[in-house]
Design a protein around this ligand. Structure first.
Ligand SMILES: [Zn+2]
Length: 228
């Protein structure tokens, strides 16, 4: 018998403390065929996109979050969320199977919640990147570039404020993301500056894969220059 890739996870809202179920994907059933150069996973099974299920939306108060959110609320932020989200919220559920549009809306809600809650720029950058990936899969280049730009700018903030410290993202990786997203949005100057920083860091970096990706891109950039 085939096990459904979906399951219901019981959640408790960080904001209002209500309990509700959210739909998740069994990670054992997810196979990644390859990754794009900005780490977008390309799944073997095109029917189900696990990226659609990273965000949990509370049907009671509208607060939306991912597993990267911290449980801590800075003073005043709960009130800001109540005024700006809950006061305008018409109860609706994001449970069950999500369409592409619902997934994007869930990420936008999580971005709004993160902003009011003053989550790390790194967390917000990751959410905007996932919206860009959803548009890439849908071959909507205009929207993809729009969200890549927002994400890139958030990674720049995350880098300058050092808010990646203590997360799974290393300094090299954040710089690589700035470089790679800049390259994809045709901000050549910023791309070159950051790829060279990544390559310069190779002696102290513990991420040979990232260094190699940056070197590959560097060659490509140099190749284009010779062709001009
Ligand atoms: Zn809630």
């Amino acid at each position: 018998m085939e096990v459904s890739p979906f399951y219901e996870k019981k959640m408790q809202c960080l904001q209002c403390k209500e309990h509700f179920p959210t739909t998740r994907i069994r990670s054992r059933q997810v196979r990644v065929a390859q990754h794009d150069s900005d780490f977008r996973p390309i799944y073997v099974n095109k029917e189900i996109n696990p990226l659609f299920y990273n965000v949990t939306v509370c049907p009671h108060c509208g607060f939306a979050s991912t597993d990267d959110f911290s449980p801590y609320f800075a003073p005043g932020t709960k009130e800001m969320i109540a005024q700006n989200i809950t006061a305008k919220w018409h109860s609706r559920s994001f449970g069950g199977i999500r369409t592409k549009e619902e997934a994007i809306e869930a990420y936008k809600l999580a971005y709004l919640s993160a902003n009011l809650k003053k989550e790390k720029h790194l967390t917000m950058a990751g959410m905007m990147l996932r919206i860009a990936w959803i548009f890439r899969e849908a071959e909507n280049e205009t929207e993809e570039k729009r969200y890549l730009t927002i994400s890139r700018n958030l990674y720049v903030h995350a880098f300058s404020e050092g808010d990646y410290v203590g997360t799974q993202m290393s300094e090299t990786r954040v710089q690589y993301m700035i470089a790679e997203l800049s390259w994809r949005i045709h901000d050549r100057e910023e791309a070159i500056r950051n790829f060279s920083r990544v390559i310069e860091s190779q002696k102290r970096s513990t991420e040979p894969n990232i260094i190699q990706l940056a070197k590959d891109r560097w060659q490509e950039i140099r190749g284009e220059e010779t062709n001009e």
